[in-house]
Design a protein around this ligand. Sequence first.
Ligand SMILES: Cc1cc2nc3c(=O)[nH]c(=O)nc-3n(C[C@H](O)[C@H](O)[C@H](O)COP(=O)(O)O)c2cc1C
Length: 210
Amino acid sequence: MKALLVNGSPHKNGCTHTALDIVAGELREAGIEADEFWIGTKPIAGCIGCYKCGEQGECVFKDDKVTEFLAIAGDYDGYVFGAPVFYSGMAGSMKAFMDRVFFSNQGRVTFALKPAAVVTSARRAGTTATLEQLEKFLQHQQMIQVNSFYWPMVHGSKAEDVLRDEEGTQIMQVLGRNLAFTMKCIEAGRAAGVALPEPPDPRVWTNFVR
Ligand SMILES: Cc1cc2nc3c(=O)[nH]c(=O)nc-3n(C[C@H](O)[C@H](O)[C@H](O)COP(=O)(O)O)c2cc1C
């Protein structure tokens, strides 16, 4: 089994990475492969709402981290999405990344009923608002949200600060263990013949305009 951890910070080895790395360590300890996917520092266009992905099955913007992520995401059984707090919300490039990953995916990668967690990092404030933003994607995709004993946040300006945030690091350890447990439960259920529920047919889609 494999988990993919998305580092939505412009800092490859910053605070968000440090938090994710603790989660990854626990996953590996539990025998689960864990890979980090860094969204990098190159521009990631926001969704322009052209709806071309619905016609073509892929985003009109093809050469960025969104394409790269969607090309590999289907190989994973669990996910963690991490973002630093910028002005009390998730960092802009990560918001653009998340919008386009989930909107342009168009069913190519199955996220539904796969376990996922969210993580954030801040110097001081805006963590719960950022977690709520990240959670929205999991909820919309029917993912199974895995939690820790407290909201999954760490505090710091530099990676070293995160390692001194003793409660934050423990929250990440527990998150990693809980994700590993959930992934194993799902795997065991599948091996025992538990089938995925059938999706509704037809899917109802209303926009409240007559
Ligand atoms: C543009 C910008 C805006 C920020 N806004 C906030 C904020 O609203 N609240 C906060 O606590 N920290 C804020 N920070 C600090 C980062 O969230 C914090 O240092 C975080 O841990 C960095 O994670 P990283 O090393 O993974 O990038 C901001 C940093 C930048 C660059």
